[in-house]
Design a binder for this molecule. Structure first.
Ligand SMILES: CC(C)(COP(=O)(O)OP(=O)(O)OC[C@H]1O[C@@H](n2cnc3c(N)ncnc32)[C@H](O)[C@@H]1OP(=O)(O)O)[C@@H](O)C(=O)NCCC(=O)NCCS
Length: 178
């Protein structure tokens, strides 16, 4: 599928910084790699359920090579053309059997609590909704309080507590009331 330019937009943070929000492109490899390698251990663990993950060229190429249908990723960018920085990304991965999609996102620590994470989520919900997808799901570490807060306030949400001995809770976020 062609690059969906219609989903490019801008967002002003709570402290008035202009952020470009747009679908990820194949040419974003280096920016995405820099973002991932900038994450501290806890952020890495919350996002990928492991620390020390290898983001070699092959892995990153797979991440930016998306079809904008079954897999759709957005990124948040700051800076000028010659000096761009990716400060966040969010994506969904469709499960055609349930017509729901696994959701995940990450924002650079210095850029958190400015509304970027929620803007990415809401823009992605709008896109998924347009594609007829019913909702998002995923797992969240029980100590990941801000993500739990964001997910709970973003739609019709069901959160299942962790199974005995587990640390991850399971969430389902439906765009419309079932
Ligand atoms: C989760 C994450 C993407 C959020 O990004 P962000 O840009 O900081 O998100 P926002 O600024 O839009 O929103 C943060 C919200 O969390 C709230 N928050 C912050 N700390 C909190 C805490 N300890 N407990 C509860 N809520 C908290 C903020 O008040 C804000 O909510 P509000 O707008 O209702 O006031 C970011 O923290 C991150 O990258 N974390 C590491 C990776 C991760 O955990 N990913 C999710 C798993 S897939």
């Amino acid at each position: 599928m062609n690059y969906p330019k219609q989903y490019e937009t801008y967002f002003l943070t709570k402290d008035n910084k202009k952020i470009t929000i747009r679908p990820l492109k194949t040419t974003d490899e280096h920016l995405l790699k820099d973002l991932y390698y900038s994450l501290d251990k806890q952020s890495m663990y919350f996002r990928f359920c492991e620390v020390g993950r290898n983001f070699c060229d092959t892995v990153i190429q797979q991440e930016v090579n998306i079809d904008y249908h079954n897999i759709f990723c957005l990124c948040a960018l700051v800076g000028e053309i010659s000096n761009k920085e990716m400060v966040g990304t969010a994506g969904f991965y469709l499960n055609p059997n349930t017509n729901t999609a696994e959701f995940s996102f990450v924002v650079k620590k210095l850029w958190r609590n400015k509304g970027i994470g929620q803007y990415l989520l809401h823009h992605l919900i709008m896109i998924a909704n347009e594609k007829g997808i019913k909702g998002f799901y995923g797992t969240i570490h029980f100590q990941n309080k801000n993500t739990i807060h964001i997910i709970k306030k973003s739609g019709y949400t069901k959160v299942s507590p962790p199974e005995v001995g587990e640390k991850e809770l399971f969430f389902e976020l439906f765009f419309e009331k079932e």
